[in-house]
Structures are given as structure tokens and as C-alpha cells.
Ligand binder design. Structure first.
Ligand code: ATP
Length: 366
């Protein structure tokens, strides 16, 4: 098992990189601690697979170092790094039985047969493959094949880490839910460092204790699911995490008033001071749909908004609003009145995030 450190790591596929956009991984420093359950979350093309392949040794980084327990492993092959990797699509031997497929990684490192049997039976049980062990892999369904592929990744308990690259893509939605829980269970049982790549926030939150959110080749935040929700460090995290994502308003301060376009916002002194202090031309206030107070009647400090429409999602509704010229989404619970025509909004100060040049800055709420 290993702690994995990425030191000044960068990667480009371009022979002649000219700008940061030419890098699939922009220079980063990052540590995956030994025994942690991590997710690497981000949209398509942000560099997740590139990073995973650099860690496993399938790809050599353009610059920087990968360290396992403090030792540089850049020159080591994937086998020498002792990493197990589970890919999006099954990697199994069709002509072998399920048992032999699961046993393969262990036999490959000359594990005694009694131990092979123990581990194969243990992993088969967790993945509910026990009744399939004698079947030839080629006769399995796509779901079953991927379970075997995952089992092959999980069967060795002496690996440095297990890397999963969107392993549930081909799995039926109902089974996905079960397998995510199983993976978590396996992690708790074996305490192996696991990094799980996905573009699905739900998948990341169910599996991982901590999530690294990637955007344009950078880890823009590394935190618990709760931290990513409550205090996104970057506008992208605010937008990407949550359903729907965070609302952002371009703001400026003039004559002691905070403006979003031509609309004066009612915000506290701390927020106003922080906006006045910011020197950039890119200043945004962020507020989650869950935290906007929506009133059906005028309230003190309530900002009048137009209600465009509401979407009833069963236990809650999403209300689409326009404040000044700005579109906002608010989430209201089922016991709350859904406004029609007009609503009055309040932004609780402690729920507002201030973003300067896309990164969150502290607000002094005193
Ligand atoms: N072999 C390659 N040659 C050239 N460019 C590549 C190669 N592999 C990836 N890229 C580019 O590098 C960037 C990062 O790709 P990568 O596959 O790592 O992202 P990702 O987050 O894993 O995306 P996805 O979820 O779609 O797999 C993208 O712009 C991609 O087009």
C-alpha cells in the first residue's frame, strides 16, 4: 500500500506546447494518502484518465515526479509499481473460467494456491460471483464481465493502490448502485488506497471520503463531499457540484451599494467590504439554490424578483427566477408555498461565497 505524491507534475500531448491550454495536466502538486478512498471527478476531457495513466505508469509525464511512499517511480513499469487498474470496459480472458480469471493476477505473482483459493472465494462472494465461478468468461453478460474485471483488480491485497477508470459505465443502473456500495465495503475491509475516476458526482460521493475536482488539467479543489457543496473553492466546483449548480452573479460595488448589473443587492456590510476591496474586474457572488430564501410576500430586505416558472420534482421544486436581468434558480421544499408571478428573495450572508477571478475569497462576516 502506498501514499502517492504528485510533485510539480505536468503533461502535454503536444510536441510544441505554447500555452497552458496545450497541457492535459497543468503543473500540479497533490498527495493521495495511504489507505484513502478517493474520487477524481470532472467533465470529459479535463485530464482524469491522463492523470490515472501517469500514476499507474502507462504514461510518462512531460515533467515532474510521481512518488510512492516518498520514492520516485517515474522510471518504473506499471508491473513494478504494483498497481491494479480497472478500466471502463472489461479486461478479461474470454476462454478462461471466472475462477481462473480472478486467480490470474495472484498466480502471476506466484501466490500459493491455498491463498489464491481464499482470495478468489472472498472477492467472488463480495461481488456475488460465487455461482458463476465455473463458467467460461465468454458466456457472461456485459455486467458480469465487468464484475469479473473489477474482481481481478481487487483480488490482490498487496498492491500499492487500485485505480478505477469509470468502472461502472457499462453496468446496468440498478446494479451500479449495489456495486458502488460493494466497492466502499471492500475499501473498508481491505484499506487499500483507491482512486476512482468518474464524471458523476453521485458516484464520487458514494464511493469517496475525499474528492479531487479536476477542471482544465488542474485539481481545483480537494475536499469532502460536504466541503465541495458548502464552500466551493472555485466557480467551476460550485457549478459542477449540486443539482442544479450554484448561482453566480457578476457584481461590483459603487457608492456603498453592491450592484448586479443595474440591480442593487441587499447584502451585509462584510460582503460589501470584501467586494470593495477586490481589485479584479471579475467579481462574482455565489449562492446555492438551496440557500436562497424565497418569499411569496414582501419581506424586510427582500429583493423583488420575477418568477419565470417552477419545476415540481416531488419532494422539492426548482423555481426559475429573474432578479434584475439575472436568471437564478432556487430550491424550495414541498411544505413551502411555490410563488407565482412575483417573489421576494433574501441571500443569507453566511451562505454567500465571493469569487474573485473564479477563486473563492474569505468574507469577514463580523
Ligand atoms: N493520446 C492522446 N493524444 C492527444 N491528446 C490526448 C490523448 N489522450 C487525451 N488527450 C487530450 O488530453 C485532454 C485530457 O484527456 P483525458 O482523456 O485525460 O480526459 P478525461 O477527463 O479522462 O476525459 P474522458 O472522461 O472523456 O475520458 C483532452 O483534451 C484530450 O483530448
Amino acid at each position: 500500500m502506498a501514499e502517492i505524491t504528485l510533485k510539480s507534475l505536468a503533461h502535454t500531448y503536444s510536441a510544441n506546447p505554447q500555452s497552458p491550454q496545450d497541457y492535459a495536466i497543468r503543473e500540479m502538486n497533490h498527495v493521495w494518502q495511504q489507505g484513502g478512498a478517493y474520487a477524481l471527478l470532472g467533465p470529459s476531457g479535463c485530464g482524469k484518465s491522463t492523470l490515472l495513466n501517469i500514476i499507474s505508469g502507462l504514461l510518462e509525464p512531460s515533467s515532474g515526479e510521481v512518488l510512492f511512499n516518498g520514492e520516485v517511480v517515474n522510471a518504473l513499469t506499471p508491473e513494478a509499481r504494483n498497481i491494479a487498474q480497472v478500466f471502463q470496459f472489461p479486461v478479461i480472458y474470454d476462454t478462461m473460467t471466472v475462477y481462473d480469471n480472478l486467480a490470474f493476477p495472484l498466480r502471476n505473482v506466484k501466490t500459493p494456491e491455498t491463498r489464491v483459493h481464499e482470495r478468489v472465494m472472498e472477492v467472488a462472494e463480495v461481488l456475488e460471483l460465487t455461482s458463476q465461478l465455473k463458467r467460461k468468461a465468454k458466456n457472461l453478460t456485459a455486467d458480469e464481465k465487468q464484475k469479473v474485471s473489477m474482481g481481478r483488480g481487487l483480488v490482490r491485497d498487496d498492491v500499492s493502490a487500485i485505480l478505477f477508470d469509470e468502472p461502472l459505465t457499462v453496468i446496468d443502473p440498478q446494479l451500479k448502485w449495489t456495486l458502488r456500495r460493494k466497492l466502499k465495503e471492500i475499501h473498508q475491509r481491505f484499506q487499500i488506497t483507491m482512486v476512482y475516476v468518474t464524471h458523476d458526482q453521485l458516484e464520487a460521493s458514494t464511493f469517496a471520503d475525499k474528492i479531487a475536482v479536476m477542471y482544465e488539467g488542474q485539481v481545483v479543489q480537494f475536499g469532502t463531499p460536504r466541503e465541495l457543496f458548502e464552500t466551493p473553492n472555485h466557480t467551476f466546483v460550485g457549478y459542477f457540484i449540486g443539482s442544479p449548480g450554484m448561482n453566480f452573479l457578476d457584481v461590483s460595488a459603487r457608492d456603498g451599494v453592491v450592484w448586479a448589473g443595474d440591480t442593487a443587492l441587499t447584502v451585509g456590510q462584510g460582503v460589501r467590504d470584501a467586494i470593495e476591496k477586490a481589485t479584479s474586474s471579475s467579481i462574482k457572488l455565489g449562492i446555492r439554490p438551496e440557500f436562497i430564501e424565497v418569499h411569496t410576500d414582501p419581506v424586510e430586505d427582500g429583493m423583488p424578483a420575477q418568477v419565470d416558472h417552477a419545476q415540481d420534482l416531488g419532494t422539492y421544486s426548482i423555481v426559475y427566477l429573474t432578479l434584475g436581468g439575472i436568471s437564478l434558480k432556487a430550491r424550495i421544499e414541498e411544505d413551502q408555498m411555490t410563488p407565482t408571478g412575483k417573489a421576494w428573495l433574501r441571500f443569507p450572508d453566511e451562505r454567500l461565497g465571493l469569487y474573485v477571478d473564479e477563486y473563492r475569497v474569505e468574507i469577514d462576516h463580523e
